[in-house]
Design a protein around this ligand. Structure first.
Ligand SMILES: [Zn+2]
Length: 133
């Protein structure tokens, strides 16, 4: 995503900066978590770049491949690959070393996985999405 360690300065018209300052004092800005002019300008610029197709935010999780007994995905936040294994009626995530995590929840949203589990007679849990993906 963005390299937040490196910054460059740009200039804005004084009137616009004053309007940003007024906006920062509104409840709407506070609800959005804006605390600085930079927060507002970065968000507004990102929205424009997204709208015009110049920037596509990467999703947290991306499906890589489905195998006979496991599924691989990239966790873009952790910059790691997670493998979720299905064995003896249980799911296991090697990245979290756990039977319950967002990677397992995410795996139940992948059609290939659901099809494979159904073929192997697994009862597919209702989507609960305890973890925010
Ligand atoms: Zn996990």
């Amino acid at each position: 995503m963005w390299n937040m360690g490196k910054w460059m300065k740009i200039n804005l018209p004084k009137d616009m900066v004053e309007l940003i300052d007024r906006y920062l004092n509104t409840d709407m800005a506070k609800e959005r978590g804006f605390v600085s002019r930079t927060d507002v300008v970065v968000t507004a610029t990102r929205m424009l770049l997204e709208r015009d197709g110049m920037y596509k935010p990467r999703p947290r999780l991306e499906h890589l491949n489905t195998y006979e007994d496991h599924v691989k995905m990239v966790d873009n936040e952790m910059n790691r690959i997670a493998s979720v294994y299905f064995k003896n009626g249980q799911a296991y995530c090697d990245l979290c070393d756990s039977n319950e995590c967002l990677h397992i929840d995410y795996s139940y949203t992948i059609k290939d996985v659901l099809d494979a589990l159904e073929r192997h007679g697994y009862s597919i849990p209702k989507p609960k999405l305890k973890f925010k993906i």
